[in-house]
Design a protein around this ligand. Structure first.
Ligand SMILES: Cc1ncc(COP(=O)(O)O)c(C=O)c1O
Length: 378
């Protein structure tokens, strides 16, 4: 059959939302399911405070956090959680930063150009690769991203983090939490945002602290000014309220209710393991497709580093041809927002977190083939 005559597949994904953030809402999502009693009320009312506290507690329970780990809701999404951490905790020890895509590189920028710390070692790698984690020094603070959302490359394990470390580990895990097993005992600060794996709303970040991270906060005062929305301590002690639902400033209670709905859905699915399995099954669909088509590859260079959430693919086409594919699939209402990130190599990025249905990923694959043939034929 000539490529020009390649017929369009008959079945479209029931849900064409494959964006890597904000990510697709959960199957069965409806605004009508959200509780509205907390709206139009003070977030410090008994009702509001209880909803916020529940969001923290349910997160800790579902993620199975170790005893003593705290969960707080903070302003400004994952970026807010990461920046308040870096501004509050960095300084007393040398810092090792590992970066291999756009977001990790943002944290490098913060540490070197904004905080202007001097004792910093950068370990960077290109899109598709991971840096050499064996360079991590147990006496240094360590900053890294668990899943590189813009390269589709994830960390394989945390064996390179010493159990006897003196520094703290700060892990941006926004595309990983609820989709990958996290070795909590190796991680002192973990951040994520609601808009990612559970398809929540933008604006709020989650900050998870180990007892060692709390110890750092209570034993160290940075020399630079600290904006109110970064302040995690009061009078030298941890502001415990933040980790019990008493947020630093006013949150959106609509976003909180939306997050509680997502957490309820995770539990109805069977909890964290079910979420991870669903995401993995989505990736498996793409993996099979890649195996059977030699014109499409994962951007990740080794199989064990292929992300099961932000799946990044390269094609044997020019950048503008890839853009045409993305446009065609959007026009056909088959897939929205699947172009690679603006700083990343040209390609497709298909979100495969648990809010995406396997049947939709399956339905998408023939459409990608169709669009490829069409664009290739010119
Ligand atoms: C790894 C990573 N870090 C940070 C961010 C920034 O997240 P937010 O917009 O929630 O602050 C993103 C967003 O995609 C991300 O993927």
């Amino acid at each position: 059959m000539s490529a020009a005559n390649f017929p369009a597949p008959e079945v479209k994904p029931a849900n064409p939302n494959f964006s890597s953030g904000p990510c697709s809402k959960r199957p069965g999502y409806s605004l009508a399911n959200l509780r509205t009693e907390t709206l139009g009320r003070s977030h410090r009312s008994a009702l509001g405070a209880e909803a916020l506290r529940r969001a923290c507690e349910d997160t800790a329970r579902i993620l199975n956090l170790p005893e003593g780990y705290r969960v707080g809701i903070v302003p400004a999404s994952d970026t807010g959680a990461m920046e308040m951490t870096m501004w509050s905790m960095l300084g007393p020890r040398p810092v090792d930063i590992f970066a291999w895509e756009s977001f990790g590189k943002e944290w490098v920028n913060d540490v070197t150009k904004q905080l202007r710390l001097e004792n910093v070692s950068l370990y960077q790698a290109d899109y598709g690769k991971l840096p050499d984690f064996e360079q991590a020094d147990a006496s240094h603070d360590i900053i890294f991203t668990w899943n590189g959302t813009t390269s589709g490359v994830k960390v394989v394990d945390a064996d390179w983090i010493s159990d006897n470390r003196q520094g703290i580990t700060i892990c941006d895990a926004t595309s990983a939490v609820f989709a990958m097993e996290m070795p909590w005992e190796k991680l002192d600060v973990v951040t994520f945002s609601w808009q990612k794996v559970l398809g929540g709303e933008g604006a709020h970040g989650v900050l998870i602290l180990s007892p060692r991270a709390v110890e750092r906060l209570e034993s160290y005062t940075p020399p630079w000014p600290m904006p109110k929305i970064f302040r995690l301590t009061k009078g030298g002690n941890l502001n415990e309220g933040i980790f019990q639902g008493s947020t630093i400033n006013t949150p959106s209670m609509l976003c909180v209710e939306d997050y509680l709905d997502a957490l309820g859905w995770v539990e109805s699915l069977g909890g964290l393991k079910a979420c991870i399995a669903k995401s993995q099954a989505n990736l498996d669909v793409i993996q099979r497709f890649v195996e059977n088509h030699d014109w499409i590859q994962f951007l990740a260079e080794t199989e064990d580093t292929v992300s099961n959430t932000s799946v990044c693919l390269t094609l044997d086409l020019e950048a503008d041809q890839v853009k045409q594919i993305v446009k065609l699939l959007e026009q056909e209402k088959v897939a929205y927002d699947i172009g690679s990130y603006r700083d990343a190599p040209p390609g497709l990025r298909i979100w495969c977190g648990s809010t995406v249905e396997e049947s939709d990923v399956q339905a998408l694959m023939p459409w990608i083939e169709w669009a490829y043939q069409k664009v290739k034929a010119g």
